[in-house]
Design a protein around this ligand. Structure first.
Ligand code: PLP
Length: 442
């Protein structure tokens, strides 16, 4: 009886979805194929999500890398509810609110002592990057160096999908066809490439942007150790800005609060989003230095203000969720407790690496990527991939659902990055699910 009611609900939501919605990064013909049954998620608790069909899954990619402490966390829920009683949203244009004041102070405090002393709020990762770009460009323009007109970005980078952020992107599938609309970017493959740019020496670079430690959308690709330190040095040498996109790595993902703390450097701009609100509401922030802030100071008629903003900037519910999330880090000693889980995941992944169809396994902190391969490499020959058209990664993830794991691949790289609240047993379930799904599909 209960099941048939749920099945009914699923039928309605899924059918209505197929009739009216358009999903991101999705071939909608496949989605709308009657043979495919789209997943409709209706609730969650901790690391678990529940579909309308009545099944439960471990949220193996933290709802696209946003969730930290689990779903329906009582403290975050209570903080949002309490804020809702006061006010849901007020404009940040021409007014402030207590939650935003406190959150800005706490964000600066997470990095202190550091030159990052100012916080500009926006809505999502892409807008956090847009803010950094426009601030950097306007800073140079009105402070005597208008010839600094280039941004440097790396091959395979991903910084978001709005036009500015996607101009920086280096993933051909997503970015190539928009090339003629994009602003020109100096693209480099490595630190050495970057250091050799003549535009850098000529004082034409407005900023260098990088995803610190790991390029996630590129397939969980790790940078060499020391990369950030070298980039910081290069930016100092040429007096240009270092912009760090910590939208995925921020708030503990790599085992420290921010990835830049692994190399003890600070950027001139730090972009955060995804985990900022604990994964509850769209909220982003761009942190920058007093130097940049001062570069916008002047009398009104000089028009040196930063003319930029969004209607939901510093949304009060989002700020309340973010403050509760930061409280949880302290109360639950989240980062301390995460270390044992990172080590445990590493052990489990060593076992998974034995699977005949698992190639390279890459992990940093609580982020892991595993390449699905047709044939493993050996001393004589490299691993043999499947043709990308086969969508083997997607098929493995689809099969993993049957074993209680929900995640999404990046092409043929399986991604595992559950919320920090998962327990050891759930980590085992995730890794076992991938093993069995690989057996079924490959
Ligand atoms: C997700 C992501 C973005 C874009 O953030 P949105 O909130 O999706 O706009 C940018 N950079 C990195 C590294 C990301 O992981």
């Amino acid at each position: 009886m209960a099941f048939s009611k749920q099945a009914q609900a699923n039928f309605d939501a899924a059918e209505t979805d197929r009739q009216f919605s358009w999903h991101p990064f999705t071939q909608m013909r496949d989605w709308c194929d009657p043979a495919y049954s789209p997943l409709i998620l209706e609730s969650g608790k901790g690391a678990i999500l529940r579909g309308t069909e009545g099944r439960e899954y471990i949220d193996g990619n933290s709802s696209i890398w946003t969730n930290l402490h689990g779903h329906a966390h009582p403290e975050i829920n209570a903080a949002i509810a309490a804020q809702l009683e006061r006010v849901a949203h007020v404009s940040f244009l021409g007014a402030g609110h207590p939650g935003a004041s406190e959150l800005a102070r706490r964000l600066v405090g997470l990095l202190a002592p550091s030159p990052l002393e100012r916080v500009f709020f926006s809505d999502d990762g892409s807008t956090a990057v847009e803010v950094a770009l426009k601030m950097a460009a306007q800073y140079w323009h009105q402070n005597g160096e208008p010839e600094r007109k280039y941004f440097v970005a790396f091959d395979s980078a991903y910084h978001g999908d709005t036009f500015g952020a996607s101009s920086l992107g280096g993933i051909p599938t997503f970015h190539e066809r928009f090339k003629k609309f994009h602003f020109p970017v100096l693209r480099v493959a490595s630190f050495e490439d970057c250091a050799a740019l003549p535009e850098l020496a000529a004082g034409q670079v407005a900023g260098i942007i990088i995803e610190p430690l790991v390029q996630a959308v590129a397939g969980i690709r790790l940078w060499p150790d020391g990369m950030l330190t070298k980039l910081r040095g290069l930016c100092d040498e040429h007096d240009t800005f270092l912009i760090l996109d910590e939208i995925m790595t921020g708030f503990g993902r790599t085992g420290k609060m921010f990835a830049c703390q692994h190399e003890k450097i600070t950027p001139d701009f730090l972009c955060v989003a995804k985990g900022l609100s604990g994964g509850y509401l769209p909220l982003a922030a761009t942190l920058t230095t007093q130097r940049v802030f001062d570069g916008f100071s002047g009398s009104y008629e000089e028009l040196r203000s930063f003319f930029y903003g969004h209607s939901y900037t510093a949304n009060a519910l989002g700020c309340a969720a973010a403050l509760a999330s930061l409280d949880i880090f302290e109360k639950e000693k989240t980062l301390e407790n995460l270390q044992a889980k990172i080590a445990y995941l590493e052990k489990d992944l060593e076992c998974l690496a034995e699977h005949p169809h698992v190639g390279e396994v890459r992990q940093i902190g609580f982020v892991a990527g595993m390449d699905v391969v047709k044939k493993k490499g050996d001393g004589a020959s490299p691993a043999q991939p499947y043709p990308w058209q086969k969508q083997i990664g997607a098929k493995v993830c689809e099969a993993a659902k049957e074993y209680g794991l929900l995640t999404r691949p990046i092409r043929d790289t399986l991604v595992l990055m559950p919320p920090y609240c998962v327990d050891f047993e759930q980590i085992d379930i995730c890794v076992n699910a991938l093993w069995k799904a690989l057996d079924d599909v490959c």
